[in-house]
Write a protein that binds this ligand. Structure first.
Ligand code: FAD
Length: 478
């Protein structure tokens, strides 16, 4: 293919052909299309090229060229992010840098309990390598078959194991990063203690590609549990779910690795769109909690602990009914119910999504107050409320009234309902983005809810590390 050089951008693309090979510089619209629309199909951008470097040195070469030619870069991993962070703008002036080809596991140290992986390794692959070494890599989320560890780090992803193991930040010991100037920072330290000045690693984690490109990371591993017990418990309200959480933490301590809440309506939606996934109880119940214990001793030990806990919960009237998975298949079926909620919701039509967190103790009150405010503002709106109760993180989504026009509902109510939800979150000292990040979707919320000082400090960091504003412009900070 020949290129006509009529701008600095064209010169950049041509220079990239030499730097990473023509096969990895995509410009044909057919080839670039999958990289230009986000997973939720909310944003479609354009790019002067999609670049697929295969090594850290190649990423460095691309960023050096981008700096010289002043071309903005949009890093991309598995493109499963939910805030539009990996989608370029519509000008066609930005270049997408996909790290998918940086997919090597560089080392696994069972004694240090660490794995060193390149940024493009798919999350499920990290889990698999850990398992092969008799270790657990506990980060787990429904997109794990396609998202990359670099994307998980850049968004500081949460998922279902945060209660016990923390989010991605807490699972990371060291990073390798290419700066916007094309330099390679080797911070691949596998240390659990290292108090030597500013923590650069923590700056890049959660920065959503606005400060540099993460090319590799040292991640923590944990012992592989000998047994897992999964159960569903039926409860009357989020308040009782909180009391049950306290009881479960008291009884199981660190063995409690999952505590997810789903409202009855969530499960009814799943039943409607995925009838093969059976409602687990004979009677409907207002709230269902999915809980999981992971035990390093034995299945018998986990089950006896679990039974003691459930006895107390049933006797004290916290739990109305419960089912315990008797097999791996049944445990999978319980998780399937939970993981099909977003899919069922999508089948039901467009909806207004909120990924919020408040202090755990306030969740019950937050739901009550916000449900009432939404019912008053948008009569008939249906609340799809589920999430990681043990982390104080709710996916608090609003669906159009039954039989209503979802698109029209979204157009009319998105702005006012967002304001109701985020104002309540703010009042309860929470956050408008618990685990999905800011991307381009929530840039206005960030401006609205962060203090002037916090925004000034963030801008100072951005200006110091990326003075020409070439890293993922328009994301996180406007
Ligand atoms: P991308 O989508 O490609 O990128 C996301 C952001 O990171 C962008 O801003 C991008 O520029 C930046 N980025 C990507 N790679 C790099 C890199 N190497 N260096 C610098 N910046 C980079 N999230 C949760 O936290 N918890 C969940 O339970 C959860 N469930 C999900 C379920 C589904 C079905 C889906 C589709 C998504 C879910 N997510 C969840 C969203 C989650 O953030 C992403 O799935 C994942 O963490 C992003 O990884 P990715 O490789 O796809 O990144």
């Amino acid at each position: 293919m020949t290129y006509t050089i009529s701008s600095d951008r064209d010169a950049f693309v041509v220079a990239c052909l030499d730097a990473i090979g023509a096969a990895h510089v995509l410009t044909d619209p057919h080839d670039t299309a999958p990289f230009l629309t986000d997973w939720r199909r909310r944003y479609t951008g354009a790019a002067c090229a999609v670049l697929r470097p295969g090594t850290t040195q190649e990423v460095a070469a691309v960023l050096k060229l981008a700096n010289e030619h002043r071309v903005a870069i949009v890093p991309q991993g598995g493109n499963t992010g939910l805030a539009g962070g990996a989608t370029p703008d519509v000008t066609g002036r930005q270049a997408v840098v996909s790290v998918a080809r940086l997919n090597r596991v560089r080392a696994l140290d069972p004694h240090n309990n660490t794995i060193t992986v390149e940024a493009g390794v798919i999350l499920a692959e990290v889990q698999r390598h850990a398992r092969q070494a008799d270790r657990l890599f506990p980060l787990s989320l429904a997109a794990e078959g396609s998202c990359t560890i670099g994307g998980n780090l850049a968004t500081n992803a949460g998922g279902t194991g945060v209660l016990r193991y923390g989010n991605t930040r807490e699972l990371c010991l060291g990073l390798e990063v290419v700066t916007p100037q094309g330099e390679i920072w080797d911070g691949l330290r596998a240390l659990r203690k290292d108090n030597t000045g500013y923590d650069l690693r923590d700056l890049y984690i959660g920065a959503e590609g606005t400060l540099g490109v993460i090319t590799a990371a040292v991640m923590k591993l944990h012992p592989l549990p000998a047994a897992r017990v999964t159960a569903l418990a039926a409860l009357a309200s989020p308040h009782t779910a909180l009391e049950f959480l306290a009881l479960a933490q008291q009884c199981a301590g660190p063995l409690l690795t999952g505590f997810e809440i789903m409202s009855d309506f969530c499960l009814r939606l799943v039943g409607k769109h995925y009838p093969q996934l059976r409602y687990p109880f004979d009677q409907p119940h207002a709230q269902i909690v999915l809980l999981e214990l992971s035990d390093n001793e034995s299945e018998a030990h986990a089950r006896s602990l679990f039974e003691r806990m459930m006895e107390q919960a049933l006797e004290s009237g916290l739990v109305e009914d419960a089912v315990v998975a008797e097999s791996l298949a049944q445990s999978r079926a319980f998780w399937d119910l939970r993981e099909h909620i977003p899919l069922a919701q999508a089948e039901e039509g467009l909806n207004i999504k909120h990924d919020i967190a408040v202090p755990i103790s306030r969740i019950g009150t937050f739901i009550e107050e916000t449900d009432a405010a939404i019912a008053a503002a948008a009569p008939g709106a249906r609340m799809v409320t589920f999430g990681h109760l043990g982390d104080g993180n709710l996916h608090y989504n609003v669906q159009a009234p039954e039989g209503g026009d979802a698109r029209a509902f979204l157009a009319q109510y998105q702005a006012p309902l967002n304001r109701i939800v985020y104002e309540n979150v703010h009042r309860h000292l929470g956050t408008f983005s618990a685990e999905h990040g800011v991307g381009q979707l929530k840039v206005d919320e960030l401006t609205h809810y962060k203090s002037d000082l916090e925004i000034r400090l963030m801008r100072a960091i951005k200006a110091a590390l990326d003075p020409h504003g070439l890293m993922n412009p328009g994301k996180v900070l406007r």
